[in-house]
Design a binder for this molecule. Structure first.
Ligand code: ATP
Length: 258
């Protein structure tokens, strides 16, 4: 297996901010935790943390994320204005879809709020967390877990729902290549801010399940209806049978098609 080579990746970057500094680890408990620690220490904006594997990676709500060697686990440290926060998930999602297309030709879609799917199977999970340093400086961390060579049949808990780029392509995918393309796309999209509308439009155009019958589960509460649209603040608009349009905020919700 080809290891990740930060120098090789850096040579391919045409970036202003994201990827100026790359911190590379053979193994981390979680790139998110490492990124938070680095942000607390005042890491340069755009610092990217990459790990060959994560031993206790997490998704939303501390759900675990399977992240063995041979895949992509990265986090990006940013210090955005508060009004830019909703766009970070959009930037990451769009960049992942574009990077998959550019490097493999595969068509991926975004499943609201934080997954990227190929043929309805999850190949990537995205997480955005924010915090405050020294009680004043806001930081945000974007986390991306992308299945490149993962064999989902080795993990019964995700066999039915997960896929990887190599399984979808039926061939080898270079992580160094995809990482450089992904970082370039994230940087370019981040540079579009403050034009959030441009980012929102790209995100919405790649969204799957719009117009479909869906169920949104928020703990015990379940909403059924048509996934009508997404809105600029990142929420999902669900048209219920009673004619009411429900605005669902990303957070503790999971969406599935009926
Ligand atoms: P959903 O929206 O599918 O209900 P989620 O988006 O809330 O779930 P996350 O919290 O983003 O899910 O990710 C954690 C979940 O993803 C886990 O509970 C598990 O089902 C699944 N998962 C864990 N590791 C992987 C992986 N490597 N590839 C695909 N799916 C995974």
């Amino acid at each position: 297996m080809e290891l990740i080579e930060p120098q090789k990746i850096k040579q391919k970057l045409a970036i202003k901010l994201i990827g100026r500094k790359i911190l590379y680890y053979k193994s981390l408990s979680s790139t998110m935790d490492k990124a938070r620690q680095e942000a607390q220490k005042g890491a340069a904006e755009g610092t990217v943390i990459i790990a060959e594997k994560q031993t206790s990676a997490r998704g939303r709500l501390k759900r675990s994320w399977i992240s063995p060697e041979g895949n992509i686990a990265l986090s990006v440290i940013l210090y955005p204005k508060a009004e830019y926060l909703p766009y970070l998930i959009m930037i990451a999602s769009v960049a992942v879809v574009k990077a998959i297309k550019d490097t493999t030709g595969l068509k991926a879609e975004i499943k609201w709020p934080n997954d990227v799917l190929i043929n309805a199977k999850k190949v990537c999970g995205i997480l955005v967390e924010s915090g405050v340093r020294n009680q004043k400086e806001r930081y945000a961390v974007i986390g991306i877990g992308l299945n490149v060579s993962l064999r989902s049949d080795s993990y019964p808990e995700i066999t039915q729902i997960a896929a990887s780029l190599e399984s979808a392509l039926g061939g080898y995918v270079s992580r160094n290549k995809i990482l450089s393309v992904l970082i370039n796309h994230m940087d370019k999209l981040y540079m579009l801010l403050p034009d959030g509308e441009a980012i929102f439009k790209k995100w919405r155009a790649l969204m799957t399940m719009l117009g479909k019958n869906v169920q949104v589960a928020c703990g015990e509460e379940k909403i059924k209806g048509i996934a009508q649209d997404v809105s600029r603040d990142g929420s999902l608009l669900v048209l219920c049978e009673n004619g009411k349009l429900n605005k669902v905020v990303a957070g503790d919700v999971s969406l599935r098609e009926l």
